[in-house]
Design a protein around this ligand. Sequence first.
Ligand code: PHE
Length: 435
Amino acid sequence: MTGNTGRERWSSTLGFILASIGSAVGIGNVWRFPYIVGANGGGAFLIPYLISVLLFGLPLMVLEFAIGRNTGTSVVTAFRSIQGRFSFAGLAVVAIASLVLSYYLVITSWVLAYALFFALNRPVDFGAFTGPYLPLIFFLLSGIAVFLTVRSGVREGIEKVSRVLIPVLVVILLFLVVFALTQAGAMDGIGFYLSPDYSRLADPTVWTAAFGQAFFSLSVGMGVMLTYGSYLEGGDLFRNASVIAVADMLIAILAGLVIFPLVFTAGLDPAAGVNLTFITLPAVFTGMRFGMVLGALFFAMLFTAALTSAVSMLEVPVAAMMDSRGYSRKRATLLVFGVIMLLGLPSALSYTALELELLGTPLLDLNDYLFGTIGLIVAGLIISIVGGWYMDRARVCTEIGGCGWQQKIYMALIRYCVPTILLITLIASLLQAAG
Ligand code: PHE
């Protein structure tokens, strides 16, 4: 382990795990996972998903931790220390993380607005909320919350916020699960969500959906885990990564146990993505007893999840700037914050009265496709290739507990399987968009 001694550190392994869970558990778990399960074979989808997490997501997470911990620095400088010419690849990863953050923050800000509206007993409909420029104010507010957290540092900011928010999230989620499962439509909801349709497993798009969702949900492939790993000292990386992955999966599955029972109890159609979270669910809450409290709790929970994920994405460019340019944390955070707000503005405006669109698609959706889907896969490919093929084998071995047969299998996964799967997912995503 080379790590430099003056570097910020997590206060403990638990702090590191909570921060990583904070990154992994995000909007992807609550609005994306349940819908993807429902649309891709219900309970049967859990098979490709589990395989994706275990065989591809988890190994890539361990690799990111290993690169970060071994080089003791963040993406750009870590890549440079592996081979000088890779700094550019590191920059590409940083750029992708920043671009994903720019629109992720817009969705985060909608969640914050909804939490507040429900808490104030004034639910609004999505069109009425996004029509005027109100979303811009919430965009700024969420941006500031993320900015302040990252500015406070690894231990005092990122770790502290995760230590408080993750338990809050779990408590609210468990309460909502119990509530939802005792509603009249619970069985229908669960039927839609989980009853397995094994015939769907023959459809390759079900598999690529599983790979894409696993990478996104585990926050791998964007340098987040690499950066978090650079603040880590000891510990078994496989064990830590497994805890993070299991927590991420459990929370995603539980989120579906809240959403579908409620939607079916209200007799509504389980719609996709944006609509499910910002139109269907609010309608469910508005129409039910204690709906305001439940809505406020649900969106508050989603906000805690989104905030800690956004924080982790901001840390990628901030750490890169500190490590490669020698900027102070305060200066780097302010600079990056400014850039992200500017980058996010078009996405924020795309659902307002201005309706910024390109090729008939709102810019936010376009960004989600270009950066959150395609960009994430490309960045994942870069990391797996640089780490798997060019990082000195002995350096990887010191991080993963030796060079025995288990580690050989692991290296084969990283060098051959992960890039292949990412490439297949990339092609499938491009074809899907073209078709
Ligand atoms: N994992 C987060 C989610 O599920 C999103 C994310 C992706 C965060 C990549 C950081 C890096 O919402």
